[in-house]
Design a protein around this ligand. Structure first.
Ligand SMILES: C[S@@+](CC[C@H](N)C(=O)[O-])C[C@H]1O[C@@H](n2cnc3c(N)ncnc32)[C@H](O)[C@@H]1O
Length: 238
């Protein structure tokens, strides 16, 4: 089982994962607007948890949990649910959501790269709409970290902006995404948010992610591309 060999404390050249990349999601206003902009939907989270077989006693870690909807829905069904995020604001919002729901979850201010899972190995590790915050080199190391916190046979689920179009057609596909996804200010993420995503964040090709997942010690169980700019991988830790 390959593992990341970074030592802690991290060397000075370690990626600064607590510094914002691209669209600012960490300000109080951005956190308050996040669920509306993202279309956070507890029913969709429940459907995903059903697909991943998360129930009573499942140990789940959600990396870059944001406002915590998936973690809270997992905790509500009796899972031992851990939410990990670099943003204090996001975690405060997530904790308040858990309290309102009467759900008990574990919250960790930590990153993809520096989170150390001190509990028993997880059954399921998820990450949605966030791995693109890391450049590819660091994505590989976050995937090694995720594999290291899972039990053998455990499930890793990745959903993100990822590109399955032919590289030669990138401009056409990216422009179509930006043209159709952007919403008026106050009604969702705007065209300029999506433009900044492409320009400043680190979304990559599906085939690059596939290679990284395999090198991190995962077997890819299924993949689905909901559009040429979004997709998911469901994996099993070898
Ligand atoms: C677009 S939100 C996704 C939130 C949530 N997973 C969802 O599906 O709605 C991206 C989240 O990643 C967090 N984040 C950014 N870089 C991170 C890192 N290196 N490690 C952990 N979380 C990170 C941000 O604070 C933010 O909450």
């Amino acid at each position: 089982m390959p593992r990341s060999d970074f030592t802690r404390p991290s060397p000075v050249w370690f990626f600064r994962e607590y510094e914002p990349v691209g669209v600012d999601l960490g300000s109080p206003a951005a956190v308050a607007a996040y669920d509306r902009n993202q279309g956070t939907d507890p029913y969709a989270d429940d459907a995903l948890l059903d697909r991943l077989g998360v129930g009573e006693g499942t140990r789940l870690v959600d990396l870059a949990c944001g406002t915590g909807s998936l973690v809270v829905q997992a905790a509500r069904r009796g899972a031992e649910a851990h939410g990990v995020d670099v943003s204090e604001e996001m975690l405060a919002f997530a904790q308040a959501r858990a309290e309102r729901a009467g759900a008990s979850a574990h919250w960790h201010q930590a990153g993809f790269l520096d989170y150390v899972h001190h509990a028993e190995p997880a059954d399921v590790v998820t990450t949605k709409s966030a791995l693109h915050q890391l450049p590819d080199f660091w994505k590989q190391h976050s995937l090694l970290n995720a594999a290291g916190m899972l039990r053998p046979g455990g499930t890793f689920y990745l959903w993100d902006v990822m590109f399955s179009f032919p590289p030669g057609d990138a401009a056409e596909h990216l422009q179509r995404w930006i043209d159709t996804a952007g919403r008026p200010e106050g009604r969702g993420f705007t065209r300029s948010d999506f433009e900044a995503h492409v320009r400043e964040e680190f979304s990559t090709y599906d085939w690059i992610l596939e290679g990284m997942l395999e090198r991190a010690g995962f077997e890819i169980v299924s993949r689905a591309f909901h559009s040429s700019t979004h997709g998911e991988f469901r994996c099993r830790r070898r």
